[in-house]
Design a protein around this ligand. Structure first.
Ligand code: URA
Length: 309
């Protein structure tokens, strides 16, 4: 019904206004649809697509390369993915990480994760449960009393790529979504240049609360929030992680090396291959470093099979 559209790119916020006005369904059914959409939206899911109508899905050569038959036949709604390569293959075999033939892409550490693969619906529910816990979190007394709201994360629960930033700033604290301020606008441009969309990626931070005055996250704060980050990564189970800036890189990888030293190398975190690069805020202050970030993104694009031209 509503979820099946020629467009296939459906913004949940639009859908949330549709069911009650336009659907011919019973009022209880409409209410249920609305509640479901609201809970998905609260879990950071912004877009859906209807993969149950194969004829409406544009053929994409990279989809064929990255999606299994069983996933192509899936009937439940999926997050929008007009560049469907950003959706992970259904099989999440721990050996499925693309083998790194070039020396430069060999991960530097290896950790085996639990290997559990969740359905789309399970991911949605688990993310919602976790985000509800985060919303009530008071582990960091200062942050819990100064925040407007927690900023959990946003994007595709089946994303192949998770972006990790530092912490919410003023705009993110006000809107409840990561990377919506100036740095976020630059991040959006980088995503676009990579021929991806924000909705195909999952975006979160080391911290889920804004540090007052945008100060650096403290080690105890990062450690308090780590369970939530690891929870999101376990649920999404991405193939790739990009750490934006030294806070994200050093925290995720437990490293003390500078971001300059960490970039241009592949690391492994559980199932995901990890790339580190400069933070978009740094790029706003040092535009000359944009070319370095673009070089880093090209490394990722290559691994994703996105043509770099
Ligand atoms: N900077 C970050 O690291 N994260 C955000 O969400 C916004 C700005």
């Amino acid at each position: 019904m509503i979820l099946i559209s020629r467009c296939c790119v459906l913004e949940i916020r639009d859908l949330m206004s549709e069911p009650l006005e336009n659907a011919n369904a019973d009022i209880d059914v409409r209410r249920l649809i609305l509640q479901t959409l609201e809970s998905w939206n609260a879990a950071g899911i912004t877009h859906l697509t209807a993969v149950s109508v194969p004829a409406l899905v544009e053929p994409n050569p990279i989809v064929q390369q990255s999606r299994s038959d069983s996933e192509q036949q899936a009937t439940q709604p999926h997050l929008e993915s007009n560049v469907e390569m950003a959706r992970k293959p259904a099989a999440t075999s721990k050996t499925s990480v693309p083998s790194a033939s070039p020396k430069s892409t060999t991960p530097e550490t290896t950790t085996i994760d639990s290997g559990k693969s969740l359905t789309f619906g399970e991911r949605v529910i688990e993310l919602k449960v976790l985000s509800d816990r985060v919303a009530k979190c008071t582990r960091c007394e200062e942050l819990a009393t100064t925040r407007t709201q927690t900023v959990f994360g946003v994007g595709n629960p089946e994303a192949r790529i998770v972006f990790i930033g530092e912490a919410p700033g003023a705009d993110e604290d006000a809107q409840g979504e990561p990377f919506v301020g100036k740095a976020g606008q630059l991040l959006n441009k980088i995503i676009e240049a990579m021929k991806l969309t924000r909705e195909e990626i999952y975006i979160c931070n080391i911290l889920r609360c804004r540090p007052p005055g945008n100060r650096l996250p403290e080690a105890t704060e990062a450690s308090n929030c780590r369970e939530y980050l690891d929870g999101q990564l376990r649920i999404i189970n991405p193939e790739f992680i990009v750490c934006w800036g030294s806070c994200a890189a050093q925290n995720l990888l437990a490293s003390t090396e500078s971001i300059g030293k960490l970039r241009k190398r592949w690391f492994q975190y559980k199932r995901a291959r990890v790339l580190c690069t400069y933070h978009p805020s740094y790029l706003l202050r040092n535009p000359a470093a944009k070319k370095d970030v673009w070089e880093d993104m090209q490394l990722l694009m290559k691994e994703l099979g996105i043509p770099v031209n």
